[in-house]
Write a protein that binds this ligand. Structure first.
Ligand code: IFM
Length: 492
């Protein structure tokens, strides 16, 4: 992917394009026992031996709960027009139901007020994976009641924050909640049951639809959407079995969400594939799909990397076709009979995710053609790299700048192709708790020194500040031939 074009006009974005950064409650807040917050499934899961890298938990995280003012100043310094954060359900309703906990709500009121004082538009995600533990004990997302409790919770937050929220996002990446939480077990609550994952998938979508209804009633004029981690799915070869594998993964990763939300139906191939898993789709009740497909104002797209897959039985041939070691071979993939593969020579992030901004164009244009016109925001995009604080006391994360630069070029290309793209949020404002990977994967524009909690803006922070204040991508300084994407090596 080439870097930004040299003329300023060619590198600029439409007037009013919304720039922002994203975070999520459990990944940054810490203070898990403060002011009446109840336990969530991530408190339980992260404390389970072996569940996370290094036994890391979100107990303290970035201590954002206690450093709200510092972080609001950080956002001011960045100058982006919006900030996307999530509300921790167990802070607002410690047991997942019943009356609101005023202290919990107060934290988010202070956050939203602080954003407005700085002219930053709050983009609020209602659910970014921290389900109150008592709801999980009662069946979690595999039972319908959880979707109904979510609607009550949405009403509490809507009544408290109402008009002051610019963008409402019901759920973040329900695929992860359903398939990593209940299918492969790599995320909280750590269950490994395909039938349960299908049921969770449905109840999460139902929660989304019920949440849309609540927001329409409680906050007239609310802008409501959902953030999906959709991705282009490519077959490793054109062998029919690999092509079929790619179609199945596309069904599981993408169409299980986009078809019900935009068309009020589940894809036939998915209904068929999961037919023998219990309870699976048997939990779908009359009228549910109508609720799930309530019109939304925008689609939130979280993009990191395109996936390349092969039929599990053909993993050797796929390797022969230039693809290397299978990745993401877990219970969900096993059930689908597929393996993920990657090209050994591709550039990858510290997560081992391939860097391919062209995949973002493919994704956005594909969504636009299939379901559009639909306004879209990139609600997450970013990368983890092996950052370090150099001897000069700064973090020179050139590889992250090159990653972002490539993806911003992809946005301009998508807009030129007719995609109704309204804004872009970098994941993430700051390094944080990267779920099962703990703290050693750093996605932030800001370095967090975990022992002290000190915030240190990285070079990418200042680069992004230039983007958001000029509404254009600056030329990549010092990126001569062969430079710009590799990043610096840590000192030995
Ligand atoms: O950190 C996560 C985030 O919580 C959800 N989307 C992907 C990010 C990077 O893995």
């Amino acid at each position: 992917m080439t870097s930004s074009a040299s003329s300023p006009a060619a590198s600029s974005f439409p007037h009013g394009f919304l720039w922002g950064t994203s975070t999520a409650s459990y990944q940054i807040e810490g203070a898990v026992g403060a002011d009446g917050r109840g336990p969530s499934i991530w408190d339980t899961f992260s404390h389970r031996p072996g569940a996370t890298h290094n036994g890391d938990t979100g107990d303290v995280a970035c201590d954002h709960y206690n450093r709200l003012d510092t972080d609001l100043e950080l956002l001011s310094e960045l100058g982006a027009g919006s900030y996307r954060f999530s509300v921790a359900w167990p802070r607002v309703q410690p047991t997942g139901k019943g009356p609101a906990n005023p202290a919990g709500l107060d934290f988010y009121k202070r956050l939203v007020d602080g954003l407005h004082q700085r002219d930053i538009l709050p983009a609020l995600t209602l659910y970014h994976w921290d389900l109150p533990q008592p709801l999980e004990d009662a069946g979690g997302w595999t039972v319908r009641d959880t979707a109904e409790r979510f609607a009550d919770y949405a009403a509490v937050v809507a009544d408290a924050l109402g008009e002051s929220v610019g963008l409402w996002i019901t759920l973040n990446e329900p695929w992860c909640s359903a398939w990593q939480g209940y299918g492969s077990g790599s995320h909280a609550p750590g269950r490994r049951d395909i039938g349960a994952a299908v049921a969770a998938n449905h109840h999460l979508l139902l929660a989304h639809g019920l949440g849309v209804d609540v927001l329409r009633t409680s906050v007239p004029g609310a802008q409501v959407g959902v953030s999906l981690n959709v991705a282009p799915i490519r077959a490793a070869t054109d062998h029919p079995d690999d092509v079929r594998a790619a179609r199945l993964v596309d069904g599981n990763q993408n169409r299980l969400f986009t078809e019900p939300v935009f068309r009020g139906r589940y894809p036939e191939d998915m209904l068929e594939h999961y037919a023998s898993h219990s309870p699976g789709f048997s939990v779908v009740a009359d009228g549910d799909l109508e609720v799930i497909s309530r019109p939304i104002d925008f689609l939130g797209v979280n993009f990191y990397f395109p996936q390349v897959v092969a039929a599990a039985a053909r993993r050797r041939e796929a390797s022969g076709a230039g693809f290397g070691i299978p990745v993401a071979y877990n219970h969900v993939a096993e059930d689908l009979g597929v393996v993920g593969v990657f090209h050994p020579e591709a550039d990858r992030t510290a997560m081992d995710w391939e860097i391919d901004p062209a995949g973002l164009v493919e994704l956005l244009v594909g969504l636009h053609r299939e379901y559009g016109p639909v306004p879209m925001y990139i609600t997450e995009n970013g990368a983890a790299f092996s950052d370090y604080v150099g001897p000069d006391g700064a973090v020179h994360d050139r590889d992250r700048i090159a990653y972002l630069d490539g993806h911003l070029s992809a946005l301009r290309e998508s807009i030129a192709a007719g995609v109704d793209l309204r804004g872009y949020f970098v994941w993430s404002l700051m390094d944080n708790f990267e779920w099962a990977h703990g703290y050693h994967k750093r996605f932030g524009l800001t370095w967090i020194d975990y022992p002290t909690g000190t915030r240190l803006p990285k070079d990418s922070f200042f680069w992004y500040r230039q983007v958001v204040t000029t509404n254009a991508v600056p030329p990549l300084l010092g990126a001569g031939p062969g430079e710009g994407a590799g990043g610096d090596e840590p000192p030995r």
